[in-house]
Design a protein around this ligand. Sequence first.
Ligand code: 0O2
Length: 231
Amino acid sequence: MNRQIEEIQKNILFYETAKKQLETYINTINNEFEVLEDYNPINHIKTRIKTAESIIDKLKRKKLPISKDSVEKLNDIVGARIIVDFIENIYELREKIKQNKNIIVINEKDYIKNPKESGYRGYHIIVSIPISIGGIIKNINCEIQIRTTAMDFWATNEHKLNYKSRNHIKKYESKWKEAAVKVWNLDTAMNELYLEEKKNNKKKDNLELSVLKLQSLDKLGKLKKLGENYG
Ligand code: 0O2
């Protein structure tokens, strides 16, 4: 086991650097929302590098041999989780990520429209980040998970008690699914309110814009009159 862990740790510098890059890109997007938009949907951001034990667990679950090659096939050694307020924000954020020229999107999985059998919901984006160390360039795939606070509430609890638990008990699976449906109902109700607010704000913005336009036209008219008087 120790030798396998050593092997994995040789690559750690690449993963550490990719994690820093990913953090920079995500923070830029966060600042973009903060400065350029009226509303920042990002609640919080977490980044992590998968532990060697968790990597080995995953390889076993996927029935892959425990080797450097298999590890390099995993897309989520470096991961970021972004928690947003409402379902709609997930898709707004996805657009921002795709617009960012530094981020190369490899794959997307919409577990919101197609939830997992367990009831899990979230939006996963696999991105590739080229990292150059000691003359070697490696494209490191990283996983960005986007969830609402409600989805994260369910997933975090389920992860602790069920998903990773050695005492995983089948009879509780339906209870977790039921809880996931309840969380989803709450999430969609909140999302409807968000969409309503967004619509109202747009109307208000349009109205304010029209008033501003009228004011400018009025000023122009007055200026024109002044010009005529001097002409
Ligand atoms: P951890 O401990 O969270 O890191 P792939 O071969 O790439 O298609 P993979 O890598 O299993 O398959 O990707 P998938 O299924 O798209 O996403 C896996 C990650 O999503 C998990 O990572 C979890 O973080 C999360 N996830 C998926 N299903 C569930 C679920 O039923 N419950 C919870 N709580 N989380 C889930 P890891 O590495 O399995 O675990």
